[in-house]
Design a protein. Structure first.
Length: 127
C-alpha cells in the first residue's frame, strides 16, 4: 500500500513540476538575431505570443508582448516561464526599395526548463 501511495505521490509531483505553461514571470530568456537571407535586419520589432506553436496571426495586436531588436539586429526576450512561444518579426530591409522593403517572419520557440537561455534567430522574408 505504501508503494502504491508513493507512486501516486511521485506522479503528482512530476505532473505539477513538469508542466510548462508559458508566459511572463519566469527566469528564462530567448535571444538571437533577425536575418533576411544573410543580411542582419536591425531595429526589427519582435512580437511574442505566449502558449503558441504556430503563427497565431499577422495582426500584431493579438500578441502578448513585444521587444525591439537593436542596431546590431540582436533581440532579447527575458522573464519567461518554460513553455511554447511564437516570435513574429516585422522590420525593414534597407537593401530593398520601399514600399517593398518590409520583411516579416516568425519562429516557434520551446523553453523546456525555467532559468535557461534559448538562442533562436528569427528569419524574415519580403511579402
Amino acid at each position: 500500500m505504501k508503494k502504491l501511495l508513493l507512486k501516486f505521490l511521485l506522479i503528482g509531483v512530476l505532473t505539477v513540476t513538469g508542466c510548462c505553461s508559458g508566459g511572463a514571470g519566469g527566469s528564462s530568456v530567448i535571444h538571437g538575431m533577425v536575418m533576411h537571407h544573410e543580411a542582419m535586419i536591425p531595429n526589427t520589432t519582435i512580437y511574442i505570443k505566449y502558449k503558441a506553436k504556430e503563427l497565431p496571426s499577422t495582426d500584431v495586436s493579438k500578441y502578448d508582448a513585444h521587444v525591439q531588436a537593436g542596431s546590431d539586429a540582436m533581440y532579447t526576450v527575458s522573464g519567461l516561464e518554460c513553455g511554447d512561444y511564437y516570435l513574429y518579426g516585422v522590420g525593414i530591409d534597407p537593401s530593398l526599395i520601399a514600399p517593398d522593403n518590409i520583411v516579416k517572419g516568425g519562429v516557434h520557440v520551446k523553453i523546456t526548463k525555467d532559468g535557461t537561455t534559448t538562442e533562436t534567430d528569427v528569419f524574415v522574408t519580403e511579402d
